[in-house]
Every structure is written in structure tokens, then in C-alpha cells.
Design a binder for this molecule. Structure first.
Ligand code: IPE
Ligand code: IPE
Ligand code: MG
Length: 258
């Protein structure tokens, strides 16, 4: 029996993983980790597969990282799933990308509920297919009382769109007299962003070797630590995630001070 148990433990916790665990200071885990999940297309092309095969594989990978984040008691995991610019892709690819939330939640929602994960969404529902909105709304509703990891999907999200919308809302409040122009400050702007209920990300990860933000959380990432890897999203695993956090823990955050 004991032998069986230790085998089970080994299967779930490899020597390599233990090494990373030892390196991590569990009292200084980033509270909010945001990931630009990039490189699905290249993952597929390098195997002679159609791009959507890469997106399917990328979707499967979400679980692995959600589990790793939950186990480390990360409070918020924001995943960039579809940008406001991704509409420029061929229709078939857009349709497939927008079918992924539904596919993912259909198979994973029961597990997310069981694992105490709260599903949230950041982006505009406008133009999203009804079936996508329904799947996401159901997940948000069914997990709203959970108290564990907040799994925040940036879906049809673009930072410039988000800021323009915030400015519009603020302008309307000034116009109606609800707000005075001289009272607009950073907190007021932050409160009108789609991320208003979340702390700013502590750590941003981007996979696939691209060193850019691609219109992702421009306001919120002002003082976040950035970690880039050439690993493509479908190949990004728990160990890479831990490596990013270990690097984060070796950075000195100064916020402009000393
Ligand atoms: C990331 O992979 C997924 C989305 C942008 C939706 P890509 O589809 O951008 O893959 P690459 O960058 O072309 O390899
Ligand atoms: C950013 O990746 C968007 C998502 C990961 C959802 P892209 O692949 O769309 O970004 P660019 O085009 O390389 O800047
Ligand atoms: Mg890309």
C-alpha cells in the first residue's frame, strides 16, 4: 500500500518539479499572473498541421496551467484568449477560436467547479457568437460563489478599446454632472476599466518568442514584471510556469522608488 502511494506521488510530482518547488518562496507567489498565450499557429505549422490543430492543443494546455496556478495559490490568472485584432484572421480560424470557450467549458466546467475556481471574463461581448456568450455566462454563474483561483479570460479584449470605453463612460458622467472633471484621477480611470475588480498583474508571461504586448492590459501592466519565453503555448508546462515565478521572485520591484 505504502509503495503504491509513493508511486502515485512520484507520478504527480517529478524530481524536476520538486526542484522548482524548493526554489519558490511560497510566501511571495505573484497574486495576479497574466499570460499572452501565443504560438499555437507556429506549433501546428512546424508539424505540418493546420493552424486550428495548434489552437486545439493550446486549449488543452490551459488546464495544466490553471492547475499549477491553483496549486501555488495564485489569486488571479488572466489568459489572453482572443484579441480585438484577431478578427482580422480568416473567418474559419476566427470561428474556431470563438468555439474554444464553449469546447473548453463543456469538458472542464465540472472540474473547475470542484476545484473552487471562479471563472470571469474581460472583453466586449459585442460581436461574439451567442453560443460563446451563453457558455461563458453559464460558467461565470456556476462558479460565482467559489473562493479559489479567479480564472479571467480576456476574450475579445483590447486595451485601447477598453480605455476608449472607459473614457466614454467618464465623459458621460461629467456631462451629466455626476462627476467633476477635476476629480478624474488614476483611481477613477482604473474603476472604469474591465479589470476594475482585479489587482494589477504582478507578472506577465508571453510565450512564443514575441517581445510585445499586442494591445494587452497597457494600463494595468505599468509596473508588472515581464517574462518572455520562446516556448510555444502548447508546449508551455508547469515547470516553465514555475520558472517564470522563480525569476519573478528574484526581481526587485521598486515602483520608481529606491
Ligand atoms: C495564439 O496563437 C492564439 C491566439 C492569438 C488566439 P497564434 O494563433 O497567434 O499563433 P502564432 O503566433 O501564429 O504562432
Ligand atoms: C496576442 O497574440 C493575442 C492573443 C494571444 C490572444 P497575437 O498572435 O494575436 O499577437 P501579434 O499579432 O503577434 O501581435
Ligand atoms: Mg500569435
Amino acid at each position: 500500500m505504502l509503495e503504491k502511494f509513493s508511486k502515485w506521488k512520484q507520478a504527480f510530482h517529478t524530481e524536476e518539479e520538486k526542484q522548482y518547488d524548493r526554489n519558490l518562496d511560497l510566501s511571495r507567489i505573484p497574486k495576479h499572473v497574466a499570460i499572452i498565450m501565443d504560438g499555437n499557429g507556429r506549433w501546428a505549422s512546424s508539424r505540418g498541421l493546420p493552424r486550428i490543430a495548434g489552437h486545439r492543443e493550446g486549449m488543452k494546455n490551459v488546464n495544466k496551467i490553471v492547475r499549477a496556478a491553483n496549486a501555488l495559490h495564485v489569486e488571479v490568472l488572466t489568459l489572453y484568449a482572443f484579441s480585438t485584432e484577431n478578427w482580422m484572421r480568416p473567418k474559419a480560424e476566427v470561428d474556431f477560436l470563438l468555439s474554444l470557450p464553449e469546447r473548453y467549458l463543456k469538458s472542464e466546467l465540472p472540474t473547475l467547479i470542484k476545484e473552487n475556481v471562479q471563472v470571469r471574463i474581460m472583453g466586449t461581448k459585442e460581436a461574439l457568437p451567442v453560443h460563446t456568450i451563453q457558455a461563458v455566462d453559464e460558467a461565470i454563474e456556476k462558479t460565482k460563489h467559489n473562493t479559489g483561483l479567479i480564472l479571467n479570460f480576456a476574450l475579445n479584449y483590447g486595451s485601447r478599446f477598453e480605455m476608449a470605453e472607459a473614457m466614454k463612460q467618464i465623459a458621460l458622467k461629467v456631462e451629466s454632472g455626476e462627476l467633476r472633471a477635476e476629480d478624474i484621477n488614476e483611481d477613477v480611470i482604473g474603476a472604469h476599466l474591465m479589470s476594475c475588480q482585479l489587482k494589477d498583474p504582478d507578472l506577465l508571461i508571453r510565450t512564443s518568442g514575441e517581445i510585445r504586448l499586442s494591445n494587452f492590459m497597457l494600463w494595468q501592466l505599468a509596473y508588472s514584471e515581464f517574462w518572455f519565453t520562446s516556448v510555444l503555448w502548447p508546449d508551455f508546462n508547469e515547470n516553465h510556469f514555475r520558472e517564470a515565478i522563480a525569476t519573478y521572485q528574484n526581481r526587485g520591484r521598486r515602483y520608481g522608488g529606491l
